[in-house]
Design a protein around this ligand. Structure first.
Ligand code: NAD
Ligand code: UDP
Ligand code: UDP
Length: 336
């Protein structure tokens, strides 16, 4: 009589995996502003299964309400600074507060999220063989001395300032991505995201577009931080999501700038919001915060050439879409 044991049964999970062709996609920070729009887009494809992990620091379940209970969707409360065990094919790693008031609120936590959080997601990518995309930021260029900023520019960042938890944190995250790529062969993608706006931004998160729109709707003065000549370039969220998916699906590691090259001073932005939303509001000049970059505009040559991507929505067309969402959430009707 043979004493050898029968081979172990394949687990039901492995068995179904053998037949399925679904793409299992993890989105960290998926309950946030950009993450929830990304999830909406990914869920449109019936071959995608989406897992969101989020600690709800700046995001909310409300942003994902329509997917809760959907058979191809799963939402997990989890902090990325802790190890995570899931089986996935792709990881969109967005988890990190993006608004200066939130990332400065607990700077030690912000840098842990950027460094330990990214390390954990890379460890996960290594274990399961997943491709991982990091949403880095134009803040890696700091207060740039080259304008517009190409990906080859190494930046002008204060390593000990109040923004450093975020911008130096993202710089280390980019370093980790490339070290895992070179040392362990992990498939990586890095997007350097420039200022993005659209529906679902936190109303009081302190970012300039959400501030101005909320102020205009509440009939409060628009607070332009001095000198008001500092510039930013604003990308509508649907364009951003399109760029991120193209980067993930393409063959280039990046870093690739994703943003809208249309550049505005903060005074011009205030004038535009005033004209489009509430011509009666005043514009007030207020004190600025330390280390505020004086100019920012993406050079998107690489995104155009390598991803065939460029933004479609102009600021004047995107602002009214955001206004509509803010009106609903603030309960301010158009007739007022
Ligand atoms: P957001 O604050 O709306 O979303 C971030 C999400 O991450 C939130 O849902 C939050 O709860 C979650 N989160 C934060 N810390 C976490 C942690 N430790 N564990 C798990 N979840 C955590 O911000 P956003 O505008 O959607 O930004 C998304 C990503 O894009 C961020 O990585 C940000 O750095 C990057 N980015 C955004 C912009 C922009 O203009 N919005 C610009 C550059 C880069
Ligand atoms: N990690 C994780 N999920 C996994 C695999 C790893 O969260 O599925 C974490 C792990 O806890 C570690 C980090 O990712 O802190 C880096 O993992 P790696 O295997 O690269 O390094 P090591 O564990 O050898 O330090
Ligand atoms: N800003 C402003 N009024 C506000 C909030 C911000 O004038 O109510 C300015 C701020 O000084 C900066 C720009 O708007 O120059 C963009 O700030 P935000 O916090 O939106 O994003 P950042 O690009 O600095 O991360």
């Amino acid at each position: 009589q043979s004493t050898s044991k029968p081979p172990p049964l394949p687990s039901p999970l492995r068995f179904s995996k053998f037949f399925q062709s679904n793409m299992r996609i993890l989105v960290t920070g998926g309950a946030g502003f950009i993450g929830s729009h990304l999830v909406d887009k990914l869920m449109e494809n019936e071959k995608n299964e989406v897992i969101v992990v989020d600690n709800y620091f700046t995001g909310s379940k409300d942003n994902l309400r329509k997917w809760i209970g959907h058979p191809r969707f799963e939402l997990i409360r989890h902090d990325v600074t802790e190890p995570l065990l899931v089986e996935v094919d792709q990881i969109y790693h967005l988890a990190c507060p993006a608004s200066p008031i939130f990332y400065k609120y607990n700077p030690v936590k912000t840098i842990k999220t950027n460094v330990i959080g990214t390390l954990n997601m890379l460890g996960l990518a290594k274990r399961v063989g997943a491709r991982i995309l990091l949403t880095s930021t134009s803040e890696v260029y700091g207060d740039p001395l080259i304008h517009p900023q190409p990906e080859t520019y190494w930046g002008n960042v204060n390593p000990i300032g109040v923004r450093s938890c975020y911008d130096e944190g993202k710089r280390v995250a980019e370093t980790l991505m490339f070290d895992y790529h070179r040392q362990h062969g992990i498939e990586i993608r890095i997007a350097r995201i420039f200022n993005t706006y659209g529906p679902r931004m936190n109303i009081d998160d302190g970012r300039v577009v959400s501030n101005f729109i909320a102020q205009a709707l509440r009939g409060e003065p628009l607070t332009v931080q001095k000198p008001g000549t500092q510039t930013r370039s604003f990308c509508y969220v649907s364009d951003m999501v399109d760029g991120l998916i193209r980067l993930m699906e393409g063959e280039n590691t990046g870093p690739i700038n994703i943003g809208n090259p249309g550049e505005f001073t903060m005074l011009e932005l205030a004038e535009t919001v005033k004209e489009l939303i509430n011509p009666k509001v005043e514009i007030n000049m207020v004190e600025n915060t330390p280390d505020d970059p004086r100019q920012r505009k993406p050079d998107i040559t690489k995104a155009k050439e390598l991803l065939g991507w460029e933004p479609k929505v102009k600021l004047r067309d995107g602002l009214p879409l955001m206004e509509e969402d803010f009106r609903l959430r603030l309960g301010v009707s158009k007739e007022k």
